[in-house]
Design a protein around this ligand. Structure first.
Ligand SMILES: N[C@@H]1[C@@H](O)[C@H](O)[C@@H](COP(=O)(O)O)O[C@@H]1O
Length: 257
């Protein structure tokens, strides 16, 4: 694992976005795994700025979003699809047919997960997977538990995770869906490169478990230790539990294939 610690989230995000743009320049057909949440917001903002300046052309890239709430149509403001439209898709030149999402309203969740996994396999898997991490160590919606699931699946959301999404649902916890569709641990570990964003001291325990902890389904992110190419983009708060953390300016290498 390769932690890169920045003094501020903004610095990490702009450097990370520049590296993603570089990876797309290097491989215009890049297959990107994308995540929602607070952590990638500044990365997306920077990607939009790069696209506006003509420094990012996503016209040949493919994207797969890693999760979606069950029961929400794409038009619902609380859906991850609506989030992606707001923060990235409507501002860049991605081709609609190469944007892949779980359909949160699919009548058969299992068939929908199989469809998603087949589309991902047909695209050749993920070249670069952008992830966040929950304070409880969840990645995508692979929640802590007794076991983890390899394939895409329907996930029951923990109370803690549901509460962290309450703002998108008018601060009413009862409106946050109870379940979601998520890619599984196999797709995460098979991605050719994984980039994890974590900012703020409330992520420190998850980051520490991810880097130093034993492999345990109690901290799903700990399984990233099995991957040979994971970069962690952190601020000093999120890195505060790491042993021997270097606070020198991080010098990112090339992200991409
Ligand atoms: N399903 C998402 C994850 O994919 C995300 O990475 C994580 C962290 O979110 P945030 O970046 O807002 O802390 O929680 C959410 O529940």
């Amino acid at each position: 694992m390769n932690p890169r610690v920045f003094q501020t989230e903004q610095e990490a995000a702009s450097t990370c976005a520049a590296r993603i743009a570089e990876a797309v320049r290097h491989t215009p057909e890049l297959v990107l795994g994308l995540v929602t949440g607070r952590s990638p917001l500044n990365v997306y903002r920077n990607l939009v700025e790069l696209a506006a300046r003509g420094a990012l052309d996503l016209s040949r890239a493919t994207t797969f979003n890693v999760d979606e709430f069950l029961g929400l149509p794409p038009e619902d403001a609380g859906s991850f699809r609506a989030y992606m439209d707001r923060h990235l898709f409507r501002h860049v030149n991605l081709s609609t047919e190469r944007i892949h999402f779980f359909d949160g309203c699919a009548p058969d969740a299992e068939a929908e997960c199989a469809r998603y996994d087949a589309a991902l396999a047909a695209a050749g898997g993920l070249d670069l997977l952008l992830l966040g991490v929950g304070p409880n160590g969840h990645i995508a919606f692979n929640e802590p538990g007794e076991v983890l699931t390899a394939a895409s699946h329907r996930a029951r959301l923990s109370r803690e995770t549901r509460l962290s999404h309450v703002m998108a649902f008018g601060d009413d916890p009862s409106k946050v869906p109870m379940a979601a569709l998520t890619l599984g641990m196999a797709a995460v570990l098979q991605a050719r490169k994984v980039v994890v964003l974590a900012f703020g001291v409330n992520k420190a325990a998850a980051v520490t478990a991810m880097v130093h902890g034993p492999l345990t389904p109690r901290w799903p992110a700990s399984f990233l230790q099995l991957h040979r190419d994971v970069e962690l983009w952190l601020d000093t708060g999120a890195a505060s539990g790491l042993q021997g953390r270097g606070l020198e300016e991080a010098r990112p290498r090339h992200i991409g294939t």
